[in-house]
Design a binder for this molecule. Sequence first.
Ligand code: C2E
Length: 351
Amino acid sequence: MTAKVETTLRSPQAYGLARKVIDAMEAAGVWPTPLNFELWTHALGEPESVLAVEIQRMTAAGQPFTEAVTDGLAAEHLPRGRLTEQIRDAGRVLDRELSSVSSVIAEAHRSQAAYGQTLDQAATNIEAAADGDGLQTIVSGLTTATRQAQHETESLEKKLEVSTQEVVRLRQHLEMVRRDAMTDALTDLANRKAFDEHLAAACKHAETEGGALTLAVLDIDFFKRFNDTWGHQTGDQVLRYVASVLGRTAANPRFAARYGGEEFAIVFPYESVAMVEAALENVRTEIASRSLRRRSTNDELGAVTVSAGFAVRRRGETASAFLERADAALYASKRGGRNRVSCAERLPKAA
Ligand code: C2E
């Protein structure tokens, strides 16, 4: 759901969809609050989705869209809502496991203390014991207390093991949620949030440790025109294709992300200008050399091209200033006729 609607919202169909959403909301008597707008945009952008069917059903039944209803729909159907819900669930499980671990620890303390008291008492009794029978009673009491302590320890160990397994499962789940939150659903590349974090960390690292850091920004040429001509589903495939080429190029420690609608970025640590330029030229020529086909009709789509710009980080430069210079190089490529790679360091000073 996300990917399709997100792509539509960055295509020429976006305004048409927005108008349709407003009309539909007005007709249904729903206030155009940001959350309602988001819900209805998803519903109308993807009319076969569960959310759309639910909204149609509620509208037909004349059910009011109160704030509580809207919140419920958002939590269940909007990707962000689902994520929040998952994080909340994980928090609840973690809470439960932590309290279970603390009660196991408290129980262990109690059981140890009780055993200690039994031992103390036995020591006193041994000193006072007058005969063999008295000693036998004490030893038998100690044997029972030791067995009970053993039994309690085993049961506590089992409880701790269950809790440990649950915490491991939870960590894996949280890791998955974190990965989802950082991944662009359509292309499987890192998303804007992951990119922002990665770039900030890479700049910090370059500042403290030294070493080159280069940032490239790439944009698909005439993507909007392409979307207009062939529809956004084909547009999605083009995004996936470009992303697949970038993904192959940007193996670790390089880092590729879908930065915006049809805009991508690659971070290159520890590479010379010549190496970065060669990598970007390879990407550019590989993308331009393939003739794509529209899957539904087998129409020849021709080749797509990308423009790229890159900049080498200057000492003390912030992530946003760095990005701005890479962007300026990208726009130099666009102005220069597209399907080319430009380097910020070689732009005329006025640019
Ligand atoms: P996808 O459709 O999920 O395809 C994934 C990979 O499977 C492709 O990676 C390619 O290695 C292989 N594959 C799929 N269909 C074919 C095919 O008909 N012939 C051959 N030789 N291999 C095929 P690749 O090439 O990196 O493409 C990544 C994504 O880019 C594709 O994901 C698709 O979404 C898009 N794409 C690539 N080429 C075209 C195309 O000609 N037309 C359309 N509509 N989409 C394309």
